[in-house]
Write a protein that binds this ligand. Structure first.
Ligand code: DGY
Length: 323
């Protein structure tokens, strides 16, 4: 029997690519350049499975291409706001993602950014790198204490809960959150967490606000000028979710004018293009979308895609099916 044809849009960890080569007639992306819309369309016409990731815009125009051969889109990543899910559904495509395996590492990056922002780590490192540090003094780079403070989470899925666990059990933080549905009582009890009625309540109360909602049209600019103004002047905003959840222009204004004390960002509107306004600020810590970037997690993400594919090609329902 012929092996199914599979197109991978970016370079993956070598050990996962080796397994793909064994199992499928696979087209890898050795150059690791993002594929153009035309290349993605061609892949949909020529392969049984397309394995994209966050940098591939699978718009309705791309997904509606004629003479499609593809039946499954095995996304490498948990977020799938780069895929037009309605179009995929209408075209009868199966879409899977890679939940669970990146939860802890992404929560670690959120906690890292929280600490960096609170303790002015990026600013301190710049001082050293620019050879401007003249030595310790009692009033230098005074940040904010993290232990015992209130962490407010917007969204309370797996990654938010993992961050809450680290923050509550490791840093004795009080946990409040906004989420559309009520989590299990055992989770609430373990974290001694309080559910707020509104996003506004979280923003007003928290010393640190961390975003954990999905991207896409429903959450675009959820954090806007009006909402930033509700935060405490000593508060910090952390975003490891998706860039477009925050209105960048409004955030830059908030950081410049001191409506909030700082921000830690791992994701950006229109990434990899970053609003240059961020580069002029001292009170922002910037990371290049590192959430899931550990050896263990990236291999596990690849293996998760492989598991979804093999179940699909065996004629069964993949566990991580989102459409
Ligand atoms: C995810 O899995 O959604 C991460 O942001 C990387 O794509």
């Amino acid at each position: 029997m012929n092996k199914p044809k599979v197109v991978v849009t970016r370079k993956w960890p070598a050990e996962v690519e080796a397994q793909l080569k064994d199992l499928y007639d696979v087209q890898l992306n050795e150059s690791d350049n993002p594929m153009t819309s035309d290349e993605l369309k061609h892949a949909l016409q020529s392969a049984d499975a397309l394995l994209p990731t966050v940098t591939d815009a699978l718009t309705s125009d791309v997904l509606n291409v004629e003479n499609k051969r593809t039946r499954i889109i095995g996304n490498f990543g948990v977020g799938y706001n780069h895929i037009d899910i309605d179009a995929a559904k209408a075209e009868g495509l199966v879409v899977t993602n890679t939940p669970h395996v990146l939860t802890d590492c992404t929560a670690d990056i959120a906690m890292l950014l929280l600490l960096m922002s609170a303790r002015r780590a990026s600013e301190g490192e710049r001082l050293i790198l620019q050879n401007q540090w003249v030595g310790w003094k009692p009033t230098q780079l005074i940040g904010q204490k993290v232990t015992g403070k209130t962490l407010g989470l917007i969204g309370f899925g797996r990654i938010a809960q993992a961050m809450a666990k680290k923050a509550h059990h490791g840093f004795d933080m009080k946990i409040i959150f906004y989420a559309p549905s009520q989590p299990a009582q055992a989770i609430m009890d373990d974290l001694q967490a309080t559910r707020c009625e509104t996003v506004e309540e979280v923003l007003t109360e928290a010393n640190f606000v961390s975003l954990h909602c999905p991207g896409g049209k429903d959450t675009r600019h959820l954090i806007n000028e009006q909402r930033l103004k509700l935060m405490r002047p000593s508060a910090h905003l952390i975003n490891t979710a998706r860039g477009d959840v925050v209105d960048s222009k409004a955030l830059i204004k908030a950081l410049k004018e001191g409506w909030i004390a700082g921000a830690g960002l791992d994701v950006f509107e229109g990434e990899p293009n970053i609003d240059p306004g961020f580069f002029e600020l001292d009170n922002v810590s910037l990371l290049p979308h590192l959430g899931s970037a550990t050896e263990e997690t990236r291999v596990a993400m690849g293996n998760r895609v492989l598991a979804n594919l093999s179940v699909f090609f065996a004629g069964e329902e993949p566990g991580d099916r989102v459409v």
